[in-house]
Write a protein that binds this ligand. Structure first.
Ligand SMILES: *Cc1c(COP(=O)(O)O)cnc(C)c1O
Length: 404
């Protein structure tokens, strides 16, 4: 049996999806170092004095409660909905795509009364709709998704904060696909609970959901009348492991945390501003290339676009799945399709973290043109790559968009 099943040798893909994104070799190296116990003084010191310190810098926060939850990004949604909400509470959830819908579904499993405030796919929820939905009500939580990666729409968080202030609500934000790729500043933007995922713009492997909780939200959670429904995601107890008490709660994924630490170190080393700028430039170049190829971005208003994920319309007479299969089979490049109501209608390209590089943008545009040409979409003229090169030359790049 073991003869038939060979050694594990995964293909070396370029992962240009909305996650997971390709992992930097430094992160693999960190993950293959020696295991220790989760209560080992060396490990506790590393986690509390290094990982938490770095994570606060990446979130731009001084929140005491800032740590990685042992779960994928969806666990961050669970934790941020289950902890503040209990019987008698009301929440407004902004829904404009698959991930914000997931947030609403999770909130609806709590005993709280949940109202979905919706926008069509491709648009952000209008802050005035949110305002109207909360008028005259006692709202405890407003939930929103910063980057709705199913459509590539970014939400106006500062506007939502204003509404949350007017209603006296906590603002809870899913920044799974944006943290460390698109500006988010937890303290400055006064986000009460903010969480992310390790495998997106942080470029670490999946399995961790970093979260940060404001002092105000922490107080709300500590003053609950009833216990949090989930034992695993109960922040009142996990906070004790990550806080001064350091009492055992569950065994964290130690090698993942090693990799996560290195990922955070790389973000801080590059600098958040420089990193945001790198993502901005590479997306701008990609969009110029998309236009050059005669394709259209799914999100019409540039102000509503995410930086880390870009959705584009599948042109007529082109088989979207075949394009993806060819990119993977012939070029080792993975991009994503649409899902739910957008299945077969869009492609989604992630240029996040380690993958947001000039060489990847040019490679993808060249490969995409080649594949489209092979499906009879158009004659080859290199206009995709040319569009991107124009943006890079104008930006004087070679510097910001380049490989690290
Ligand atoms: C990817 C993603 C999630 C889900 O994360 P998982 O790690 O797959 O659980 C949630 N929200 C957004 C915005 C995402 O992009």
């Amino acid at each position: 049996m073991t003869d038939a099943i060979g050694e594990l040798l995964p293909p070396d893909r370029l992962m240009l999806t909305p996650g997971p994104s390709s992992v930097h070799p430094r992160i693999y190296r960190a993950m293959s170092t020696t295991m220790v116990g989760h209560l080992d003084p060396w490990f506790l010191n590393m986690m509390m004095n290094e990982v938490q310190v770095l994570l606060r810098q990446v979130f731009r926060t001084e929140n005491r409660t800032t740590f990685p939850i042992s779960s994928s990004g969806s666990g961050g949604i669970e934790a941020s909905m289950l902890n503040p909400l209990e019987e008698g509470d009301e929440a407004l959830i902004c829904v404009n795509g698959a991930f914000s819908q997931r947030m609403a579904e999770i909130a609806e499993r709590t005993p709280a009364k949940v109202t979905r405030v919706t926008a069509p796919y491709g648009r952000a929820v209008d802050p005035d709709d949110l305002r109207r939905a909360g008028k005259g009500k006692k709202i405890k939580v407003i939930g929103a998704t910063h980057g709705e990666s199913s459509t590539s729409v970014a939400s106006p968080l500062d506007e939502y904060r204003k509404v949350a202030d007017e209603l006296g609500a906590l603002l809870v934000v899913d920044c799974v696909s944006t943290l460390a790729g698109m500006p988010i500043q937890v303290d400055k933007q006064r986000i009460d609970i903010c969480f992310s995922g390790s495998q997106k713009a942080l470029s670490a492997p999946p399995g961790l959901s970093p979260i940060t909780v404001s002092a105000k939200a922490e107080e709300v959670i500590r003053n609950r009348k009833t216990k949090v429904q989930s034992w695993y995601f109960d922040l009142t107890t996990t906070m004790n492991y990550w806080g001064k008490e350091r009492t055992y709660h569950h065994t964290p994924a130690i090698p993942l945390l090693y990799g996560f630490r290195e990922a955070l170190r790389m973000v801080v080393e590059e600098g958040l501003e420089a990193r945001w700028e790198r993502h901005r430039l590479n997306q701008r170049a990609f969009l110029a290339g998309v236009e050059g190829l005669g394709l259209k971005p799914f999100v019409e208003n540039p102000a509503d676009r995410m930086i880390t994920v870009t959705a584009i319309h599948v042109p007529e007479k082109v088989d979207p799945k075949r394009v993806q299969d060819q990119l993977l089979g012939e070029f080792n490049i993975e991009i994503a399709g649409g899902f739910g109501p957008l299945k077969g209608k869009i492609w989604r390209v992630g240029l996040m973290g380690h993958t947001s590089q000039r060489r990847n943008v040019l490679l993808l545009l060249g490969a995409l043109e080649n594949v489209l040409v092979s499906q009879g979409y158009r004659a080859a003229n290199g206009a995709g790559v040319a569009g991107a090169i124009r943006v890079y030359s104008e930006a004087g790049a070679g510097v910001v968009g380049a490989a690290r």
